[in-house]
Design a protein around this ligand. Structure first.
Ligand code: OAD
Length: 247
């Protein structure tokens, strides 16, 4: 197999030679499946204020409003399918045997694409738990969300098992993500603006221990140009199949 000296050729070579690859994704990974991003021109945060929908205060103040937003996202997510970029990652995971996927997304598309070892840094929309901590957890479905906010058996309300702004990341996924970042030899950073911390610190942890980074994003980010980072300014679904489909 030959590799040219273009950024894509270099990225292909690094991926081919890697023995400890890790993937790190944000909402742009799902854009071509029809999921909205947060900060683009048609992103959620252009239409809504995060403090109205994605904070613990908003959940206490107006749980029905917050739930309406998550219900819409859950329903939208049920209708979408992983695109060809997801399939390419499935192929790479099979070729490499092990390739943990660290994601900020709560859409479940990595799992739908058959990816295993998915580490969800910002939680999941698949389940909800008691808002007052009685310990009850339920699988989420549009049926459970017919009446908002959904009630918990203890008389309180349920909350989505996602991380809201101001809340800590779940301990085990976060510490495992950091450990994987520090041990990987390449990290594919796909579809994230790299502005939300602590998640955005994870690719930097990979760089700090010598990993090379392949950033895939049609727009440059503050991360673009960091030493050790090769950026492919392309959409995930457009570039991933050609990049890794035949490795
Ligand atoms: P953002 O909306 O901040 O960034 C999405 C990135 O995806 C942008 O840099 C886009 O240029 C890029 N993008 C768009 N289309 C793409 C495509 N087809 N292929 C590849 N990249 C594409 O979303 P995140 O970085 O995921 O947190 O945002 C991080 C966190 O902020 C989210 O997890 C969420 C949000 O508020 C919480 O809710 C806690």
């Amino acid at each position: 197999m030959s590799f040219d000296s273009s950024p894509e050729g270099k990225a292909r070579r690094l991926i081919a030679e890697s023995s400890r690859p890790v993937v790190f994704t944000g909402s742009g990974m799902s854009k071509e499946s029809g999921i909205r991003t947060f900060r683009g021109d048609d992103g959620y945060w252009k239409q809504y204020r995060a403090e109205d929908l994605a904070t613990p205060g908003a959940l206490r103040r107006d749980p029905a409003l917050v739930w309406e937003w998550y219900r819409d996202r859950l329903v939208a997510g049920e209708e979408v399918e992983p695109h060809s970029g997801y399939d390419a990652l499935t192929h790479l995971q099979n070729v490499k045997g092990s390739m943990p996927v660290i994601t900020q997304n709560v859409d479940g598309l990595h799992q739908k694409a058959g990816h295993h070892d998915v580490i969800e840094l910002h939680g999941t929309l698949r389940t909800a738990s008691c808002m007052d901590g009685c310990g009850k957890r339920v699988e989420l479905s549009p049926e459970i969300l017919k009446e908002l906010p959904p009630a918990c058996v203890c008389g309180s309300w349920l909350r989505p098992d996602v991380v809201l702004f101001g809340e800590p990341l779940p301990y085990e996924p976060y510490t495992r993500a950091l450990t994987l970042a520090e041990a990987c030899d390449i990290m594919l950073v796909i579809g994230t603006s790299m502005v939300v911390y602590p998640a955005a610190g994870i690719p930097y942890a990979a760089i700090s221990t010598g990993a090379r980074i392949i950033e895939i994003n049609p727009k440059r980010t503050d991360f673009t140009g960091t030493p050790g980072v090769i950026t492919l300014e392309s959409a995930a679904g457009a570039v991933l199949p050609g990049l890794i489909g035949d490795l």
